[in-house]
Design a protein around this ligand. Structure first.
Ligand code: ATP
Ligand code: MG
Length: 428
């Protein structure tokens, strides 16, 4: 019978890979906590309207990429394409502005977009997402980007660049939109059909177009950054000054608009040149007005999302990770030794030592072969002879030495040997 395969663009993350994921998540959790962020988990399905209203009807995400479907009662739902809208919804719904500890929130989990799968672009992918509410000060904008830099640094990632821009506010965008429309009108014949449409529906989106010809034309377009109002310009100046003080390097990229409509003022992206067209590792920005637009209090907000697959692809290009393997194998010979070995293995595990045993009554030879394949450091061997003397053979696979230990001394001895590793990594 033919076996069933996973859906295209939706990946299994196998045990061989999981170490990377755990390290990235652990690093994120530690760093975010030290900056005052607390975890929130929201459902992966929401009402379609939530995303249409926040991300914007005429964005690629909502127009082309969203997994939207009616449920059994005909209500339109969607798999979340990003996390900000859901977190804002939860913040409003649970009145979290009344909780002084809920101003900064983070989430880690899968997002869904119906895109053409390729390296670094999938239909289910994971994001680490951080959001901060109620603070308008440019200090926070800089802090958020500084935190992002620290995160990548702590993981040891090099060769990525922070791009920043300001998209101004509603007012400064009004005049600029006409300016841009005029420019697009002049070049309309050369634009792709999508951009010809965008020039009416959402002209700013043309900057996000992936078609090369459009990019070339837009290189000469007027940019929003040059027409932002005084207040927005001051805000941007402060952000840059704080970034300088934090020694967080950046490049100003006036053509970066981000693919979601809710951004205003500060926007940023972390860019790599090592993943082809999938060049953004993460991005974010300020979204004052979004909470109000979603029926909540008129509070400012800022946040970012990091794509975990792209981040891990980059890390794997630069680093190699030691394979995790059990440390001890308990090999037994004969029925009575088998029971004693079983109990000894449980004792070692309860002490936090990673231990593997044979459950199948295999021959000593095949047990030794398995221990070798697992790459364990120690093999404990017990046969009827050892049982009758209350002893265990302890073979050090690294030094190729073998010692005999009294049964009751085995656990304390191994605990002693692995003590440092156990305290370093916590109990495992
Ligand atoms: P792109 O321009 O590459 O499509 P985006 O602007 O759509 O990216 P965001 O919405 O800003 O991406 O999402 C934040 C991050 O999530 C991205 O920088 C990227 O690392 C990751 N990401 C987005 N879409 C995908 C996807 N389909 N597969 C894997 N990772 C993704
Ligand atoms: Mg995209």
């Amino acid at each position: 019978m033919q076996s069933i395969q996973a859906i295209r663009g939706m990946n299994d993350i196998l045990p061989d890979q999981i170490g990377w994921w755990q390290r990235v998540e652990q690093t994120a959790r530690e760093l975010l906590s030290s900056f005052g962020y607390r975890e929130i988990r929201t459902p992966v399905i929401e009402k379609l309207d939530l995303f249409a209203r926040s991300i914007g009807e005429s964005t690629d995400i909502v127009e082309k990429e969203m997994y939207a479907f009616p449920d059994r009662k005909g209500e339109m739902l969607a798999l979340r394409p990003e996390a900000t809208a859901s977190i804002v919804r939860a913040f409003i719904q649970h009145n979290l502005q009344a909780d002084p500890l809920a101003k900064k929130l983070y989430a880690i989990g899968p997002m869904f977009r119906h895109e053409r799968p390729q390296k670094g672009r999938y239909r289910q992918f994971y994001q680490i997402d951080a959001e901060a509410f109620g603070i308008d000060d440019p200090m926070l904008d800089a802090e958020v980007m500084h935190m992002l830099r620290l995160f990548l640094e702590r993981l040891g990632l090099t060769g990525v660049v922070l791009h920043i821009n300001s998209l101004g506010c509603q007012e400064c965008r009004q005049d600029y939109r006409d300016l841009l429309k005029e420019f697009l009108e002049k070049n309309v014949a050369e634009l792709c059909p999508d951009c010809q449409r965008r020039r009416h529906t959402n002209p700013l989106r043309t900057f996000d177009c992936k078609v090369e010809r459009c990019q070339a034309i837009l290189a000469d377009a007027p940019v929003l950054l040059h027409s932002i109002c005084g207040a927005c310009a001051d805000h941007f100046e402060s952000v840059k000054s704080y970034l300088d003080q934090l020694k967080t390097a950046y490049v100003i990229n006036p053509r970066m608009v981000r693919g979601l409509d809710y951004y205003m003022r500060t926007t940023f992206e972390v860019i790599t040149d090592r993943l082809g067209a999938q060049n953004a590792v993460g991005g974010g920005g300020r979204y004052n007005g979004l909470l109000r637009d979603l029926g909540g209090p008129d509070l400012p907000g800022i946040g970012f999302a990091i794509g975990m697959e792209r981040l891990i692809l980059l890390l794997q290009q630069e680093q190699s990770e030691a394979q995790r393997c059990p440390k001890i194998f308990v090999a037994s010979l004969g029925a009575s030794a088998r029971d004693t070995c079983f109990l000894l293995a449980q004792q070692l595990r309860s002490l936090g030592l990673e231990t593997e045993i044979d459950y199948e009554g295999a021959s000593l030879k095949s047990q030794m072969r398995r221990a070798d394949r697992l790459g364990v450091r120690h093999v404990l061997i017990m046969g009827d002879e050892e049982i009758s003397r209350g002893e265990v053979q302890c073979r050090d696979m690294m030094n190729k030495t073998q010692t005999v230990l009294p049964l009751e001394a085995v656990a304390p001895r191994l605990q002693e040997i692995y003590k440092e590793e156990i305290t370093e990594n916590g109990s495992r």
